[in-house]
Design a protein around this ligand. Sequence first.
Ligand code: F58
Length: 832
Amino acid sequence: NIEASIPSASRQVWQKFALKEFADKEEFQQEFIRHVETTLARSMYNCDDLAAYQAASQAIRDRLIVAWNKTQQKHTTKDRKRVYYLSLEFLMGRAMDNAMLNAGVKDITKQGVEDLGFKIEDLLEQEPDAALGNGGLGRLAACFIDSIASTNYPGWGYGLRYQYGIFKQRIVDGYQVEAPDYWLTFSNPWEIPRYEIQIDIMFYGYTRKYTNDDGKVVHVWEGGEQVQAVAYDVPVPGYGTETTNNLRLWASKPTREFDFEKFNAGDYESSVRESQKAETISAVLYPNDNFYSGKELRLKQQYFWVAASLNDIIRRFKKTHRPWKEFPDQVAIQLNDTHPTLAVVELQRILVDMEGVEWDEAWKIVTSTFGYTNHTVLPEALEKWPVPLFQNLLPRHMEIIYEINLFFLQQVEKLFPKDRDLLRRVSIIEESTPQQVRMAFLAIIGSHKVNGVAELHSELIKTTIFKDFVTVYGPDKFMNVTNGITPRRWLHQANPQLSDLIASKVGSYDFLKDLNLLKKIEPFAHDPKFQDEWVAIKKFNKARLAAHIKQSNGIDVDVNALFDVQVKRIHEYKRQQMNIFGVIHRYLSIKALTAAQKKDVTPRVCIFGGKSAPGYYMAKTIIKLINAVSEVVNADADIGDLLKVVFIADYNVSKAEIIIPASDISQHISTAGTEASGTSNMKFVLNGGLILGTVDGANIEITREVGENNIFLFGHLAESVEDLRHKHRFSDVPLDPNLEKVFEAIESGIFGDANIYGSLISSVTSSDYYLVSDDFQSYLDAQKLVDQDFKNKDTWASRSISAVANMGFFSSDRAIDEYAESIWNIEPISLD
Ligand code: F58
């Protein structure tokens, strides 16, 4: 009983002066002014928007901490199983609006700052995005921790506190130019440094073994380099609940500030070198999306974060004085992709080497604790580490992996006695030169459940990359949990007017907690008044985006035109090249029309956005082509408002919040079988935009939910992809004739130096791995249908309304309930 540990007199004083929720706007203002004057040491005479943002954030943050403390105390006393979500990426975006919403202080804050002469929108704009992620995987982690808190599950996120998030993108001469994203310049009011939580982490060194007094062989790892992990806590408030969970991010720092011996010898530079090296571990996020690059620093990041997190989790477990075998009853750990897979090995090492648990018992504990989520089937994205690099950095872990592999292969051998090739195929160690550690295989072997992120994807992992593991373990180890998104950020915050309109029909904002309640708007799909309000909100959002485009690109776009959007990381498999080829086809077609014919054209604004990995030549070429086409088309007087092309630079979470609510059509056009799920597809439909997409990832389930009439599907199916690729490899497949014309136009130089686009064109004309030519006609046909259907405003509005009404399934609250029930085995804890 923790209460009894404090004498009641002291307790009363604590309780008397404990911080409470804001009763009204005056209380907020009082705290705001206190923070301006003391925390920031400013005054009413020099409080600009930035200072006002910081003071308001501090005031709100203080309230979150009260709820945070209450939650943690409750969870500790309840002493129930918790989940730990390990992710190298948390793409959080801005915190302030979400904190106000979830803490229920939006109106108070807005009024409070307005009285003092500030506009809340201006303050919100001051906050830099916390962009600690690349794309879908990182944003999923952010939605998931929001949902874990909102559904009252006890759960923490663990990640790295990068000083530099995903780079900032500028466009210079049509090309992507990267600039560092130093997001901590003005400090971060949403984090609480925990300087008291410092954990020693070791790298390199050597292993040795000895026999102890009990005759037991003991392994030790010693002699390596030490760094320290310092915890930074970010409160994660749930919506409509007091539950406030924690996101703990680790920063690296040196164990000693500098080398005194070197310093005293006058060698000042090298005296600080080691400490600077320690700090680089958590300095920067690797900017690859769906691509693996085997850099030692990346493996260092992984071990640093995993070791710190496990140490923390174990420290918490040990306080309960339970036997080790109960660890999986108290702890569930979810591996967000293979990046945290070292945790499997680290837990086994701690149990066996440090805690003296027998190998088999330890392994049972380990495998009952972990679950592994796969996010891709693309071979170039699967993590593999060269054994020599691994062995040098983590010698004891390498030994343990060999041991895990040995026992696993013995088990396989018993089940399939004569199948030597199966052993080779499932081995954690790939027999290449040099040998490689296959992290996905280690993750599967070390977990009790493996899940994909949409139905098709979960089937594909069972029949392709992990096929042999289905043979070994049977199908039950593999399951599906379709991704979801948080309706708080992706509906209510991004599109407050639509949220209000929906609330007027649902009768409350309960749909933000139970998204299936959206069903209640379906009866109004054909109601002309409701349609008018619906369409007016879309138009408002389009005007908001148009203003942004005018400001950032200097381009005027007509809000009555069809807004066609493709925003996501630039990748060949996502096929932005097909989109821009389609735009060129459209441009050439319009140019060939007579003035009379032009009257029938549906005006369109084609909007692109997304970052390329800095070293990804083909993706960078696609960006250049989009910008080159944009320049030519937008300046062409024959075209006018019939077609505009816009590339929005530096796509991020905050821009997504403006772009997504403004789309009429969004494109999710990956080659079938390549996009594991996609999550922006869900965001667009939830905001009343329709999808033009392939039969891939979550598009399939979206179709099932919203109905085939409310989505534009095209292209070959996943099951045909292998055959088509085979054809391209072994025979001359003729190029699609419309695509041929597009290539001729590019090659004629109308979009500038054609040499720039040589490799982009030849990737299609030679192997066409992503089947751009095969799908092109079907794509153009679907686009034509979009043009026609958009003319019928009433039908379009009713389709948009019906689609939204049926999006309940895609709430991340539903996804989290599925994980909780079928993988984590945890239950919600209510605070009252
Ligand atoms: C994405 N993966 C999938 N990986 O591509 C997308 O279909 C899915 O919806 C999403 O995960 C969530 O499940 C993804 O974003 C990465 O960015 C990794 C970052 C680290 C290096 C390897 C790729």
